[in-house]
Design a protein. Structure first.
Ligand SMILES: CC(C)(COP(=O)(O)OP(=O)(O)OC[C@H]1O[C@@H](n2cnc3c(N)ncnc32)[C@H](O)[C@@H]1OP(=O)(O)O)[C@@H](O)C(=O)NCCC(=O)NCCS
Length: 324
């Protein structure tokens, strides 16, 4: 569906903006070839995104062909628009298309959702000084990317021995939806000091710790864990595995970790892996987002104890915000 001009939005004679449909899927996939180091989530999410409540997936077209995509998702009880999935066709990069599309989408969101006050986005690349001046930094996490072969790891799982600490933490607790609401999403909840700026960042998507986000987080089939129900020091959430373009039968697992208790993090990582690895056919790329100080000890654990391959050195994920 062609989007009509939106008051205040930029006009570009050559470009038209449309809402994405199933029809453009192949074009979007082929323009996305090779991005995000083979971990592009969009091919797995495109069809659900285009029908998701409070989400708009906008395409820029030139001469009838797709040249860029951006999704805006309204969360936090209508206060925040998340900017996601941005990509520009390789032959159109470096000409400001991303900026024009973002300004169009921000005006569209303001027009359709007048309650939205801010937009948020996560990035792992280096921003220019000009870009940095546009945003407030809300949170920062370290990114640890490892690869392992799932059948091989599953066969070794029962014989793995964890390094012994002075005191062994209690076994991690898997949360049910009511626990998630009480522990993660209610202001003043027990996790308030653990979450960076009261924000749950789930596989690049930031959500404020508000109960208004409960239903949409529930739809995601995540595994939520804490080390202790009443006074958690470590918490984590893990996506259900999904295929990525990195290789044939390659699956991706994303695990977000809060807290700095090393043994607790190790136990929760093992629990998530034990739940998912046995059902996976081949290589898995597993990305852990964690407090920066935990990157080195967890990289050592993953390589020396679990025998995983470290895919890249320390990188960071930033969560930015600007008024809309
Ligand atoms: C990153 C990418 C979208 C930039 O598109 P582009 O049209 O070539 O970007 P340009 O440098 O011409 O445009 C610059 C504008 O885009 C914005 N921009 C560039 N990269 C951005 C990013 N990763 N996230 C948000 N905005 C970005 C700049 O802030 C600038 O905005 P301004 O016009 O308001 O100053 C494009 O190179 C691409 O598709 N890369 C592969 C996918 C990818 O890495 N996506 C980023 C996801 S975070």
């Amino acid at each position: 569906m062609k989007l009509e001009a939106v008051p205040g939005a930029p006009q570009d004679g050559d470009m038209e903006f449309v809402l994405a449909t199933d029809k453009e899927f192949e074009e979007v996939v082929s323009m996305s070839h090779g991005i995000y180091g083979g971990l592009d989530y969009l091919p797995s999410r495109y069809h659900s995104w285009i029908v998701e409540k409070d989400r708009m997936v906008v395409l820029a077209k030139k001469g009838g062909n797709v040249i860029a995509l951006l999704s805006m998702f309204v969360v936090d009880g209508g206060q925040t628009a998340l900017l996601e999935g941005l990509r520009v066709a390789p032959w159109e990069r470096g000409r400001g298309v991303a900026g024009v599309l973002q300004r169009f989408c921000c005006q569209l969101v303001k027009h359709r959702y007048p309650t939205v006050k801010v937009m948020r986005l996560t990035r792992d690349d280096k921003l220019t000084a000009k870009e940095l001046s546009k945003y407030r930094v809300i949170a920062k996490q370290g990114i640890l990317l490892v690869r392992f072969n799932a059948p091989d790891f599953s066969s070794r799982l029962s014989s793995l021995t964890l390094p012994l600490g002075l005191t062994r933490p209690p076994p991690p607790v898997l949360l049910n939806p009511d626990d998630v609401r009480g522990i993660f999403l209610e202001r003043g909840g027990v996790l308030k000091d653990l979450l960076p700026n009261q924000t749950i960042i789930q596989d690049w998507q930031p959500f404020q710790a508000l109960s208004g986000n409960h239903d949409l987080l529930r739809r995601k089939s995540l595994r939520w864990m804490v080390d202790d129900l009443s006074q958690p020091q470590v918490a984590s959430l893990c996506t259900a595995p999904f295929p990525v373009p990195a290789g044939p039968l390659c699956f991706y697992l994303n695990i977000d970790v809060y807290g700095t208790g090393l043994q607790g993090i190790q136990e929760q990582l093992l629990s998530h892996l034990a739940a998912h690895a046995p059902s996976l056919p081949a290589d898995v790329k597993c990305q852990l987002f964690l407090p920066p100080s935990m990157w080195r000890p967890m990289a050592d654990f993953c390589t020396s104890v679990l025998g995983f391959h470290l895919e890249k050195g320390y990188t960071e994920q930033y969560l930015f915000e600007s008024d809309i």
